[in-house]
Write a protein that binds this ligand. Structure first.
Ligand SMILES: Nc1nc2c(c(=O)[nH]1)N[C@H]1C(S)=C(S)[C@@H](COP(=O)(O)O)O[C@H]1N2
Ligand SMILES: [Mo]
Length: 423
């Protein structure tokens, strides 16, 4: 077994790999993961608020920003994760698999971290294509996996702390000397080292766990003569990550939309120049929404009123530029016109600072019911919208009336309203 793993290690060896490379990639990955985690928690909190949750209505694009950053940092993590895996995987072949308690912990945490992370970023990516080919509830799974990843990552960092500390900064001074007068063990590696960038490599090598790499002289020399260096590799990873980010972030940030090559949703497409997530046909809501007898039921403490479309249209109308920002990453700002929801609430004799239970005509589905915390109800920019970009709301955008509120996830911008209950 030992021989087999050594042979494999030698086969895949490359002089580009080093502890320093793993540390640099780990640092980038830790950054994108932390950003993704924080923005993800915010999004989850908005949709499933714990008691202490805070809600922000300004800037109006707050969720567009946090969710855009969430999706973008998640996507950036994919090339970084693969590069990081590539930088360490000969390690995974080392034998024996478990050497001590710490080693077992280390391996366990890495195994958990790698599998949870791959599952997380790949299902997340598939999700941005509005594709949910799995039987489990996506958001809850995504949320708990995030905690598993953070826990195993912390453990991994704790175990590797000495190596991380030793390789945090680029090696200088003695490393250069080592390179010019190589120790016998480092000879092959030194042959591979061809430029100043490789000086760091020489210092990284004496670490015990990595000695198999030193044995892979011929592979190393081959790669080196093809001109690979750690710096070149990092630059390639950086460029790939940057390209993926630039090519997708245009679905969230208008100024990048001209270079939106990868993201599934393009700005300005769809009826009334706004993308549609779920059509009226998908929601089986067409006949109900187009029924001439439609009226919005508003209720408070056992009293209720039914407002027909013409009654709603006769109330004072307000127009605001507000974004729809989908959890799946795309967003689009548009001009919405309708009745301030606080006016409807006050007309019922309730405080504008009231929680609301909003019901959609949609007969079934996760978005039929929505709770609106008081901050949004009281906000002057929260509308029961009747018009979009100067036209009567398209059926697919929620005709006859929908919710639009500043700073809320798209999933909570309920379409095809049926009733508002003041809580
Ligand atoms: N009733 C209802 N409202 C809904 C949805 C839905 O499926 N049913 N989808 C939500 C989602 S996920 C988003 S992103 C926005 C999209 O609004 P749009 O289709 O008008 O762009 O509507 C939200 N409102
Ligand atoms: Mo959405």
């Amino acid at each position: 077994m030992n021989r087999l793993t050594d042979a494999l290690a030698a086969k895949f060896a490359s002089p580009v790999r080093s502890t320093r490379l793993s540390v640099v990639l780990g640092r980038w990955l830790a950054f994108t993961f932390m950003v993704c985690f924080a923005t993800g928690l915010f999004s989850h909190g908005l949709q499933n608020p714990p008691g202490w949750m805070f809600f922000l209505t300004r800037p109006i694009w707050i969720y567009q920003l946090t969710q855009g950053v969430h999706i973008t940092s998640g996507i950036a993590s994919i090339p970084l994760l693969f590069a990081k895996l590539w930088s360490v995987y000969p390690e995974l072949l080392s034998w024996p698999p478990v050497r001590s308690v710490v080693h077992a912990l280390e391996r366990g945490s890495i195994g958990l971290f790698v599998s949870a992370s791959l599952l997380q970023v790949l299902t997340g990516l598939i999700n941005t294509y509005k594709w949910y080919p799995w039987p489990f509830p996506f958001r809850q799974t995504h949320y708990w996996l995030a905690w598993v990843i953070m826990g195993s990552l912390l453990l991994h960092i704790a175990v590797k702390l000495p190596l991380i500390a030793a390789n945090w900064r680029r090696a200088r001074g003695p490393a250069d000397t080592e390179l010019t007068t190589p120790e016998p063990a480092d000879a092959e590696l030194a042959t591979a080292a061809s430029g100043p960038a490789d000086a760091e490599l020489a210092t990284a090598v004496p670490e015990a766990g990595r000695q198999h790499r030193v044995r892979s002289g011929s592979a190393a020399r081959g790669a080196a003569s093809r001109g690979w260096s750690r710096r070149g590799f990092l630059a390639a990873v950086g460029v790939t990550t940057g390209a993926v980010v630039l090519g997708t972030a245009g679905q969230s940030f208008a100024w990048l939309s001209p270079v939106n090559f990868f993201a599934p949703r393009k700005m300005g497409t769809g009826p009334q120049s706004v993308p549609v997530n779920r059509t009226a046909a998908d929601a089986k809501v067409g006949p109900l929404a187009q029924h001439p007898g439609w009226a919005l039921k508003v209720s408070y403490r056992g009293k209720s009123r039914n407002l027909t479309l013409s009654e709603l249209a006769a109330l004072p109308q307000t127009e605001h530029e507000l974004p729809i920002a989908c959890v799946e990453g795309w967003s689009q700002t548009a001009r919405w016109r309708g009745v301030q929801i606080r006016d409807l609430v006050q007309a019922m004799g309730a405080e504008p600072e009231s929680d609301l239970l909003v019901t959609s005509l949609e007969p079934e589905g996760a978005y039929r019911l929505m709770t609106m915390p008081a901050v949004y109800t009281a906000d002057q920019k929260t509308l029961v919208a009747l018009a979009l970009n100067g036209e009567v709301l398209d059926l697919d955008h929620g005709y006859p009336a929908r919710i639009i509120a500043p700073g809320r996830p798209g999933v909570l911008q309920t379409k095809w309203l049926q009733s508002l209950e003041i809580l």
